[in-house]
Design a protein. Structure first.
Ligand SMILES: [Zn+2]
Length: 417
């Protein structure tokens, strides 16, 4: 009796009543089974037109998994009716606690998905003695609901980013909303081609795209082309995070080439374990690392020249005015092009070719948070790292929407966890 009272408190269905509750074996484990019956004289809902229709027949009893109660798995047991709908034909009735052939109730799916946001999917499955696949389906349900019910109005600042996924050269393109207070993942899709970003703009819609004021992106040509075409009114900014990332990649390339050269010449590899020293900013180095870096600086190495060129470029971001910054940029590019460092020259040429977009950073100063894209990028990477077990891109996309999408959830008057 007590369980029924509690159930009616947390989840009451208008046209159904809770019947008897018993403990019995389900899949070899003791579980609570809660019978549900239609309220007397109630008529079932047609799942297609949503109208109340007369009963055609009744199907065998089915179990619907509900939230665990005192660590017992619990199930609703109900024999669905079929409606005889003059418009839609004979259909299985729509139920307020579950959908289609899915065995989980809506409440249980929301419950699992909430936990899957805090823990990894594997941990969630382990704790609630269910499978990884069940957790996946629960998250997918919540994400599908959220995407269908979210509000996309008021998006005026977006960031376009890409992350490497799995092994090899596979990418996901991510589009974030960067407005202060509503930073979230708006969209993600496989690859990083013009076609990819065109899909975003297509799904986002013309009217909304016309509202965009700022777009942060990197120097990836297919993106730049699509942004100019689909949001011509927006200020496209090559932001600090993306530009400095290109520097990081260039330094890494120079170092790898140099190590190869050492090996070919049979020289000692002084750069061994030096990768992180070169990628880090000086202020982030420990004392020991700083000493080691000082030693490296004494050697006349290409990697070190690259490192110094990048450090020198950091001054660029301190300028207040676009014209002064532009002069500094020209000067830096000239110096970089005089070196033998091919990867760094590549960065310099890219900066020169996209100078107006790089300088847009200063035109938007004060209106855009510099760390916004980087913050979202870090969160996306963290989600991927926690996501071992994600074998497909589709899975990964769902996980990213789930953790970064700030999606609305189905509403319940009781919050279970
Ligand atoms: Zn119907």
């Amino acid at each position: 009796m007590l369980i029924k009272t509690l159930l009616n408190k947390v989840e009451r269905f208008k046209s159904f009543v809770y019947g008897s509750v018993c403990v019995q074996l389900v899949d070899g484990m003791e579980a609570l089974v809660i019978d549900i019956e239609p309220r007397r004289n109630s008529r079932p809902l047609c799942p297609e037109c949503g109208k109340r229709r007369s009963v055609y027949d009744r199907q065998p009893q089915r179990l619907f998994e509900y939230l665990p109660i005192w660590t017992f798995k619990s199930f609703y047991r109900y024999a669905p009716r079929r409606v005889d709908c003059p418009t839609c034909g004979v259909k299985v009735e729509a139920l307020p606690w579950g959908y289609g052939k899915e065995r989980m109730t809506f409440s249980y799916q929301v419950f699992l998905a909430r936990w899957a946001k805090r823990l990894s999917w594997k941990e969630t499955a382990d704790i609630f003695e269910t499978s990884w696949d069940t957790v996946f389906r629960a998250v997918q349900f919540v994400v599908d609901y959220g995407l269908a019910h979210r509000d996309l109005d008021g998006v005026t600042e977006i960031g376009v980013d890409e992350i490497k996924v799995f092994k090899g050269h596979k990418y996901l393109t991510l589009v974030y909303q960067l407005n202060a207070g509503v930073r979230r993942l708006l969209w993600c899709g496989p690859e990083r081609r013009a076609k990819t970003l065109l899909r975003f703009f297509h799904e986002f819609g013309k009217e909304r795209s016309a509202q965009i004021k700022f777009v942060c992106s990197d120097m990836w040509a297919p993106y730049l082309k699509v942004i100019a075409k689909k949001a011509p009114q927006a200020l496209n900014i090559l932001d600090r995070f993306h530009i400095m990332r290109a520097f990081g990649e260039a330094i890494d390339q120079i170092r790898r080439d140099e190590v190869k050269q050492f090996k070919a010449n049979g020289q000692e590899n002084v750069l061994e374990r030096g990768r992180w020293l070169l990628l880090k900013r000086p202020e982030n180095l420990s004392e020991k690392q700083t000493i080691r870096l000082d030693e490296l600086l004494k050697l006349n190495l290409a990697s070190i020249k690259g490192y110094l060129l990048r450090e020198d470029f950091q001054r660029f971001w301190d300028y207040q005015r676009a014209d002064f910054a532009g002069k500094f940029l020209d000067n830096w590019v000239t110096r970089a092009l005089q070196t033998e460092l091919e990867p760094m020259k590549k960065v310099a040429r890219m900066l020169r070719n996209h100078k107006p977009l790089v300088l847009n950073w200063f035109r938007a100063k004060g209106q855009l948070s510099s760390g916004a894209v980087e913050g979202m990028n870090l969160k996306a990477k963290l989600t991927m790292r926690k996501a071992y077990g994600f074998k497909t891109l589709k899975c990964l996309e769902i996980a990213l929407y789930h953790t970064l999408g700030a999606l609305p959830e189905p509403e319940y008057h009781h919050r279970f966890c």
